[in-house]
Design a protein around this ligand. Structure first.
Ligand SMILES: C[S@@+](CC[C@H](N)C(=O)[O-])C[C@H]1O[C@@H](n2cnc3c(N)ncnc32)[C@H](O)[C@@H]1O
Length: 286
């Protein structure tokens, strides 16, 4: 669709620039997640829904206390803390952002799970800090969309997983390969503004197969996530004029304004059926 290159420093800069916005959201939600909320009958508030996204991925992966989990793109530590608190699992979180890693360590301390969690600076395309055959689960909650080269991430995942290891990701993917020019423009906005490279769901499944993963299961969670995408859209439409004005006097940055635009486009793409939110799991065993 377009260049798959992506400079990790660019991604770090975007997250650093948006930190203040995230901090406001974290205050409202009561936790530091950086992902869409999954709504169902029992999880109807934004804070509950984002906890629910983690629960759904953990359950799909059958996490338990015997698991050592590698969390690729661990954000501010919320999903690592979740697996440590809810299941007693040991979690190693990697991220390219020192700022987020510091928050993740603080998050773990505040929730008394520092002994079960470690956080390291590492690019999930390299995993230099992670030994071969050292984890039971590779977990990626809305991280894989930041990869311009998912095959490389999967090769690394395979290297660090023990025999019988599992992988699970959730993320936005396009449903079709053939997109209208409007959709392509919207995806370009999303990619450039949020430092992602949104991939296609069938391509991802094929990349898993090519890397040697088996028992691949793709679940479409879009319906439960649409409310969360719509909330970001509504906020974006409400805040956009004000952000533009503040931008004129240097009180908001282009990055913040672009992120609002990207969130509006994500919702439009979801609403029109171009983007879906998928939970994908696979095993290393035969
Ligand atoms: C949408 S956030 C999700 C964070 C966390 N999983 C959560 O759900 O709260 C994506 C994360 O991936 C990280 N990331 C992006 N590219 C990465 C890379 N190449 N290697 C490691 N982490 C990366 C970002 O810094 C960010 O923390």
């Amino acid at each position: 669709m377009e260049s798959r290159d992506l400079d990790p420093d660019e991604v770090v800069d975007i997250y650093d620039e948006l930190l203040k916005t995230y901090e406001k959201e974290w205050e409202q939600r009561g936790h530091r997640s950086l992902h869409f909320g999954y709504y169902d009958e029992e999880h109807t508030e934004p804070g509950e829904a984002s906890m629910n996204t983690m629960r759904v991925l953990s359950e799909a992966l059958d996490i338990d206390e015997s698991d050592r989990i590698l969390n690729i793109g661990c954000g501010a530590g919320e999903d690592s803390v979740w697996n440590a608190r809810a299941y007693g699992a040991e979690v190693v979180g990697v991220n390219i952002s020192e700022t987020q890693l510091d928050i993740a360590r603080k998050n773990a301390r505040e929730h008394d799970v520092s002994e079960l969690t470690t956080f390291a600076k590492d690019d999930f395309h390299d995993l230099d800090t992670v030994d071969d055959d050292s984890v039971d689960v590779v977990w990626g909650l809305e991280a894989i969309s930041h990869s311009p080269d998912v095959s490389r991430v999967l090769e690394q995942a395979k290297r660090v997983l023990r025999a019988d290891g599992r992988i699970g990701v959730t993320d936005m993917f396009t449903r079709a390969l053939d997109l209208s020019s409007t959709d392509r423009d919207r995806i370009r906005t999303v990619n450039e503004s949020l430092g992602v490279r949104v991939g296609n769901v069938d391509d991802f499944r094929e990349a898993l197969e090519a890397a040697g993963f088996t028992n691949i299961r793709v679940r479409d969670l879009t319906e439960g996530v649409e409310e969360s995408a719509e909330q970001r859209y509504r906020f974006s439409r409400m805040a956009h004029p004000g952000y533009r004005l503040l931008g004129l006097v240097g009180r908001t940055s282009e990055t913040q304004i672009d992120a609002l635009e990207a969130n509006a486009d994500i919702y439009r793409l979801v609403r029109d059926g171009t983007l879906g939110y998928f939970l994908i799991t696979a095993d290393l065993s035969e």
